[in-house]
Write a protein that binds this ligand. Structure first.
Ligand code: FE2
Length: 387
């Protein structure tokens, strides 16, 4: 564990390279993919409308008073393989209200799809994870689901979902959400990675957690020399599970002349939490232009970013003028290139945002764009008076 790929050249693809990093027999926590991401929000009905309208998510399932749930309401939205759950409490006090009070609208659950939720809980708690939910069987007319859960950084949790004996719309207790308002999808396919921001000097602790407790390996690390501008810096390590389907970069602030974006996040979030959800598309130009038309705000990258672009990244399939028009960034590594763009925070607090990413071979995270991106974030911080 903790091995690092220094040179990707010899490795044909990530899956192969990751297999080399892991002793397969040691994969005690096989993960099939991300099952859902649940956010606790102040007004789930209105958030759902935003994610449908602006991000092209589709109405999928609902639970609330009408389905016999008394203390909360949850809307489930779907786009290709991505499932978002938006949950709001219906009563005063309680853990949901405390979470919203503390963190604002925020990701509470990063749920992982597994073959065996009981074994996932046993293997991780045995290795030191703090239990959030003991293996629990939930049933309805469509079959049964077993879920279990553990705590990770801050107040964020992982829930393991075993659904091989279930054919209902989402989970037992949910019903199909029929809506007459169905804006078209924008081409978001699956979650590429989800990033956690943790406090000063906590990055290694949480990377070790993913290595020891969940059997992940470190695939990349960036230090403050890679990720710093004139003012601020951060450090980052990327942890991946055995089949590469789950990647969790972990960021911590690093010392700079001014307050880093990670410190700003920690201040407004009141601790560690999910910073961004990176979603993959097959056609970033179409996706980003549809999202812009629907009101999504993206970080602004100065036009001079494109001046020596082809010199930096070499031949690309896309027309640079079109990329420039949409503010899309490009980076190349040994395996290919990637195109990416970050939204501004999608909440009132300057905390969570989305990344739109299209990979054309590259399996890295856009190191060559860090400087341009962080300068763009700093301009936003400047506007907020939090730099
Ligand atoms: Fe990212």
């Amino acid at each position: 564990m903790g091995a690092e790929i220094k040179n990707l050249k010899d490795l044909q693809n990530t899956e192969y390279s990751l297999r080399k990093l892991f002793d397969e027999a040691e994969d005690f926590l096989p993960l099939l993919g991300t099952d859902y991401v649940e956010l606790y929000v102040g007004n789930a009905k209105q958030s759902a409308h935003f994610y449908k309208t602006a991000f092209g998510f589709q109405s999928e399932a609902y639970a609330g008073l009408e389905t016999g749930v008394e203390d909360r309401v949850s809307y489930v939205l779907k786009q290709d393989k991505i499932r978002l759950v938006l949950t709001t409490p219906l009563e005063k006090d309680g853990v949901l209200n405390e979470h919203i009070n503390e963190h604002g609208d925020a990701v509470k659950v990063v749920a992982l799809w597994v073959e065996d939720a009981t074994k996932a809980w046993e293997e991780t708690t045995k290795r030191g994870a703090k239990s959030y939910m003991e293996p629990t069987v939930e049933e309805d007319d469509h079959g049964k689901v077993i879920r279990s859960g553990i705590h990770t950084y801050g107040e964020t949790v992982h829930i393991f979902v075993e659904r091989k004996e279930y054919n209902g719309v989402f989970l037992p207790g949910y019903q199909k959400w029929e809506s007459h308002y169905n804006p078209a999808p924008v081409g978001l396919k699956f979650i590429d990675h989800m990033v956690g921001n943790v406090d000063w000097n906590e990055m290694n602790k949480w990377c070790e957690f993913y290595a020891k407790v969940m059997g992940f390996a470190q695939i990349i690390s960036f230090d403050d020399k890679d990720i710093s501008t004139d003012y601020t810096a951060l450090m980052s390590k990327v942890m991946s599970n055995g089949n590469g389907r789950i990647k969790f970069p972990i960021n911590e602030p690093a010392a700079g002349k001014k307050k880093s974006q990670i410190e700003e996040y920690i201040q407004f979030y009141n601790g560690a939490g999910v910073q961004h959800i990176a979603v993959a598309t097959d056609d970033i130009v179409a996706t980003v232009s549809a999202m812009r038309d629907r009101g999504v705000e993206f970080l602004y990258v100065p036009e001079n970013y494109y001046d020596d672009l082809l010199k930096r990244v070499g031949e690309i399939d896309e027309d640079v003028e079109v990329l420039k028009q949409h503010g899309i960034l490009i980076d190349r590594d040994d395996e290919g290139y990637l195109l990416q763009l970050f939204t501004k925070p999608v909440l009132d607090r300057p905390t969570m945002f989305f990344e739109i990413i299209q990979r054309k071979g590259a399996q890295s995270f856009g190191k060559g764009n860090f400087k341009a991106l962080f300068e763009a974030i700093e301009r936003e911080q400047e506007n907020r008076g939090t730099l």
